[in-house]
Design a protein around this ligand. Sequence first.
Ligand code: MN
Length: 131
Amino acid sequence: MPRLLVVEDNEESRDGLSRHLRRKGFEVAVAMDGQQGIEAARAGVPDLILMDMSLPILDGWEATRQLKADPATRHIPVIALTAHAMAGDREKALQAGCDEYEAKPVEFARLFAKIQTLLGNSAPTNGDSHG
Ligand code: MN
């Protein structure tokens, strides 16, 4: 089962996203700020990270830069989540080392397609799983 790390400070977004992803068959770990996100990524080495860019302590831009500078975590694909589809945000996310970009509000089907593309063969292909 692919393991995802959701780094999101907003409780409602974090819970909603986690619930959707678990229903799709992912194992989901969560972190509430950028520093926690880095620690969780180093400790658990997830298959993919969903990284909110606007985070306390350490923002998503800086957390992604640090993960991508570390040989132990740089291979983990990161999808940036940003609150507004600001002009230049996509480029900024890619420059920080993010592999993909999704503007909020998250359209789950589109996000799931991006996750599948980045995970390749290890992505779950069937619909809702039990449990
Ligand atoms: Mn946020």
